[in-house]
Design a protein around this ligand. Structure first.
Ligand SMILES: [Fe+2]
Length: 162
């Protein structure tokens, strides 16, 4: 098991998760308009979940023996997530949160492939849980943006030939 490599991957996840927590809390504070109450409440549930998640991710790095260089400037340099913009409309915030959660789910899928050969079930489990969470939250925000659009499922993956 290449612990340094796993810690590097986990640090990327930590930075993205921290950035999403701040963005979610920013929108909790600044959202306005007719959906204020529901968005204000939903963002609170999510930044609370993300706060617990950053602790879990950082302590996984420590459990593997790595340091956690957790600073605002470090996270800001490391994350690929755009910063919050408090002047967005409520629906622009919702769209941003849907896109940001989807971005994290996509990144987590890549990270899972990166650590696939490391035989670290604990980390794979953590990354899988995070992926599933961001998939779910992306769906929840997406339902604000397209509440009555037609269902369209992505094309089913083709079966691998044996
Ligand atoms: Fe609050």
């Amino acid at each position: 098991m290449d612990r340094a490599k796993i810690c590097d991957v986990l640090y990327l996840v930590l930075a993205d998760t921290y950035a999403l927590m701040l963005k979610t809390q920013n929108y909790h504070w600044n959202v306005r308009g007719e959906n204020f109450a529901s968005i204000h409440a939903m963002t609170e549930v999510q930044y609370t979940e993300l706060f617990a998640a950053v602790d879990e991710i950082a302590e996984r790095i420590r459990a593997l023996g790595g340091p956690v260089a957790g600073t605002f400037s470090g996270f800001s340099r490391t994350t690929g997530l755009s910063e919050a913009d408090y002047q967005k409309t409520a629906m622009e915030m919702v769209k941003d949160l849907a896109d940001s959660n989807r971005h994290l789910a996509t990144e987590l899928g890549k990270h899972l492939e990166e650590v696939d050969d490391e035989d670290d079930i604990g980390t794979e489990d953590l990354l899988t849980q995070r992926l599933r969470l961001h998939d779910k939250v992306a769906w929840m925000w997406q339902m604000y943006v397209t509440p009555d659009g037609a269902f369209s499922l992505p094309e089913a993956p083709k079966k691998k030939k044996k």
